[in-house]
Structure formats: C-alpha cells, structure tokens
Design a protein around this ligand. Sequence first.
Ligand code: GCO
Length: 255
Amino acid sequence: MSIKLFDLSGKTALITGSSRGLGFAFADGLAAAGARIVLNGINTKRLDEAATEMKAKGYDVLTSAFDVTDEKAIVEAFNKFDVDGIEVDILMNNAGIQFRKPMLELETSDWQRVLDVNLTSAFVIGREAAKRMAQRGAGKIINIGSLTSELARATVAPYTVAKGGIKMLTKAMAAEWGEKGIQANAIGPGYMVTDMNEALINNPEFDKWVKDRTPMRRWGLPEELAGTAIYLASNASNYVSGQIIYVDGGMISVL
Ligand code: GCO
C-alpha cells in the first residue's frame, strides 16, 4: 500500500497562537495539505476573523479560544474536544511572546510571563494532547523554537531560555512518547517578517545586521515555514523524532 507522504487529509491539527503571524501561516499550510485546523488564541474577534479568512479558501476550520498559560482552560478545551469527537492528531505549540530588556533591568514577573507562555504552555498542552494520542498509538507534536534555541542574543534572555527549553522539551517528549507512536520535533524559524519583529525590521541597523548575517541576505516569510511544518506533520517524518529543523536562510550555520 503506498502511503501519501505529505497528505494530511483526515487529520486534525491544533495550532496554538494561530490567529495571526507564524501560527496563521502554519494553519494555512497544513490546511492546504488537507488537514482540518483548530485555530487557537485568546482574542475571539481575531480568531473568528482568521477562521472566516480560511473558510473562504474552502478549508475545514474550527476555533478553540483558551489562554495557553491557563491550565484549567487547557484541560477544559481538551475535554470539550473529547465530547465533540475532535481528535487532535497534530499539535503545533506555536504560541509565544517576545520581551526585549537587558537582564539587569528585567523584572522577575516579566521573566516568568515569557517562560509561562513560551515554554510551560508547550508542556501542559503537549501532555493533554499526548494522553489522547497515546490511546490512539499515533500523533505528531511540533514545537516552535528559534535561532535562540541555540544562540543567545543580548536583551532577549527569557525568550532565549524558553526557546532553549523548547528544544530540550522536544527531545524529552521524543524520549518518553516514541513508544506510544508519537513523534515530537521542532521548527526553528530564523528572522521572519512578523508583527513580533516589526520594531527590528523597522530598525535600519538591525535590518542590516540580519541581512549581513544571513547567507540568503533577507528576512524569511512566514509562508516559507509551511513546507517544514507539513513534513513534520505528515507520514514523511514517521521515523523522525527529537529533531529541530532551522528554517533561517542559513543564518545558524555560518559565522
Ligand atoms: C529577536 C527576535 C528573534 C526572532 C526569532 C529568531 O528579538 O531577536 O524576536 O527572537 O523572533 O526568534 O529565530
């Protein structure tokens, strides 16, 4: 029997933080490959607008509004999936915030907030999804890392620590859940054109640094991440686990 390596038909993907930015690009990409999409965010207006835009393309889209730092809301969301017969086959832990400030000036509360959104949420949501995936003997978890999963940049310490943790959480998930038929991998986006990076893009000095530091001499486009997401969400990666794939124009590989 030939399996369709990159076909996501019949699969349901939950993508956190997917009403805009990279999350929305991931949703669009997986939908184009045939997946039913569950969009997530905390702003229900923005979530509904994103769902409407995707439905206009003929995609099968649901929404699930919950705060990724609210464990009770996460558990309730998954219990509702159970009641509604929604099986999350693919989980993309994409939700994340950035907070740029030197550590000497950084409040612990700001440090903690970034870690809660960018790292702990991936564990809690991953655990709830994996409980169900394990019962079915199959599942794909894709965590969103960063170049800062490997390299530090001054003034983004909590984000760097969280993204470094995402890389190792991905390996921990692979270690514990491989025997349950779950593959856990990560994507490390480079400097991408997103709202989160608007201040950097509009800073001529930083823009020049990114272009000089990147072999492809440009910022990445969110849609350029879709192919890697489809690969890691599909049968094409059934024996791939614990990996992080950098989609960064070559930046992390050069001095
Ligand atoms: C920053 C940026 C980066 C990018 C991305 C790079 O302030 O340096 O926000 O963190 O967003 O994570 O891989």
